[in-house]
Design a protein around this ligand. Structure first.
Ligand SMILES: [Zn+2]
Ligand SMILES: [Zn+2]
Length: 132
């Protein structure tokens, strides 16, 4: 003859329901007693969090497979842009489509000066055309 009170019931710390001992487990930190359902859910979410963190870590730290951008300048129009090494796109100036490109090895100051000069020239020409 079985009585429902013949064994002790334990409170699940998660869902607050009562369960016999064989239906409860201690959490990984050993501080809480939870039922098997809650335990498997907690473990799953733990693993999920860990995986998410690992993914994030991989993105934060660029691996050896990620190649840096190559800085290029279009010789024709002086447009400065970066090109991903290994990209399937051919190397061409995105501004004028020109293929006369050189590595961006000039100093930043000089570049900014050059680029703003070109922009001013271009703007000036556009204004000139507009008001002709
Ligand atoms: Zn529970
Ligand atoms: Zn160009």
């Amino acid at each position: 003859m079985k009585s429902p009170f013949s064994y002790k019931l334990y409170n699940c710390a998660h869902c607050q329901c009562q369960f016999p001992f064989e239906k409860v487990r201690y959490t990984n930190d050993g501080k809480r007693l939870v039922c098997l359902d809650c335990y498997s859910r907690l473990v799953k979410s733990d693993e999920f969090l860990k995986r998410e963190q690992q993914k994030k870590g991989k993105i934060d730290a660029p691996g050896p497979g990620i190649l840096p951008d190559i800085k290029l300048i279009c010789v024709d129009c002086r447009y400065k842009f970066s090109w991903k090494k290994g990209s399937r796109m051919g190397i061409a100036c995105p501004y004028c489509g020109g293929s006369h490109l050189m590595n961006d090895d000039t100093t930043a100051d000089k570049l900014i000066q050059e680029v703003s000069d070109v922009n001013e020239l271009r703007l000036g020409r556009m204004k000139y055309k507009k008001y002709l």
